[in-house]
Ligand binder design. Structure first.
Ligand SMILES: C[S@@+](CC[C@H](N)C(=O)[O-])C[C@H]1O[C@@H](n2cnc3c(N)ncnc32)[C@H](O)[C@@H]1O
Length: 260
């Protein structure tokens, strides 16, 4: 574990939060580890349809920022990548370690903060995050850190809540979003939901574009995920009807330029 004494309050709060939440994510982790083809997001879109991962992964040095139970890392390792996962929660990593043993697939797991990774500069070809650091860490810290970790030409891929969905998401438990904008778009970054101890981060598209470019990335794609016809989800905050009209999740793909 890296030294936590100089970490900001959101990292400490999210550590406590995820050490408690981890129990609720065990089943989802087990199901995702067992998949033969990756599926993405709350609508379980197959990789063959959405193409989130780079085509060539064999031999690629990869880091998952906020790896949780480690299933994304497992999918990458099965395709030949050399994977390292980092996560802020020891309890999430305990599940990841158990699933590694059960699936006979070992890769290094670091207990630490993805905003300050204990790895050398320019030692990865791919940095990926699925609802991990890209949602729970400060983008003004983790994005420059990802740029530091990547080799020139290396890829950054992350999947998080769509900005529009955050503007419409209800603050009431188990209440689906409507077609009303419930909060201002301007100035959004750190988000704390009433009654929820976690700290999330959400940026407008303009702010993501500026941050990625200022950190040395060229943006290659922004995939806004649409729920397919007939889709279902266990997630209570968006109905399939909503998500067929507006994006619930977005995937950013960027490439580190030759110079930082
Ligand atoms: C929804 S999980 C996503 C991870 C993975 N895709 C999964 O579902 O198991 C969010 C993870 O982000 C981790 N996390 C939050 N803040 C972090 C930080 N600053 N650095 C590294 N991991 C962080 C949490 O501990 C949690 O395991």
């Amino acid at each position: 574990m890296n030294d936590m004494t100089d970490h900001p309050d959101h990292v400490l709060r999210n550590r406590e939060h995820w050490d408690v939440l981890a129990a609720e994510f065990v089943n989802a982790g087990e199901r995702a580890w067992a998949l033969s083809e990756p599926t993405w997001g709350i609508w379980s879109i197959p990789e063959s349809e959405i193409h989130i991962l780079p085509e060539e992964l064999a031999g690629k040095d990869t880091i998952e920022l906020g790896c949780g139970t480690g299933y994304v890392s497992a999918w990458l390792a099965r395709r030949g990548a050399n994977v390292v996962g980092i996560d802020n929660s020891a309890v999430q990593l305990a599940t990841a370690h158990r699933l590694q043993r059960e699936h006979g697939l070992a890769f290094p797991l670091i207990h630490g903060n993805a905003e300050k990774v204990p790895s050398a500069d320019a030692c990865f070809d791919l940095a990926i995050s699925e609802y991990g650091a890209c949602l729970w860490a400060d983008p003004y810290r983790w994005v420059p850190e990802a740029a530091r970790l990547l080799r020139p030409g290396g890829e950054l891929v992350f999947l998080t809540n769509a900005f529009l969905s955050i503007l419409c998401e209800s603050e009431q438990e188990n209440t689906p979003a409507t077609d009303r904008l419930l909060r201002p778009a301007f100035g959004m970054c750190r988000v704390e939901w009433p009654g929820d101890p976690g700290v999330e981060f959400h940026l407008s598209h303009g702010d993501w574009i500026r941050l990625l470019r200022e950190s040395g990335f060229e943006i290659e794609d922004l995939i806004e995920i649409q729920a397919p016809e007939g889709a279902t989800t266990r997630h209570p905050y968006f109905t399939p009807e909503w998500a067929h009209q507006w994006p619930t999740e977005e995937v950013w793909k960027a490439r580190r330029g030759r110079r930082l």
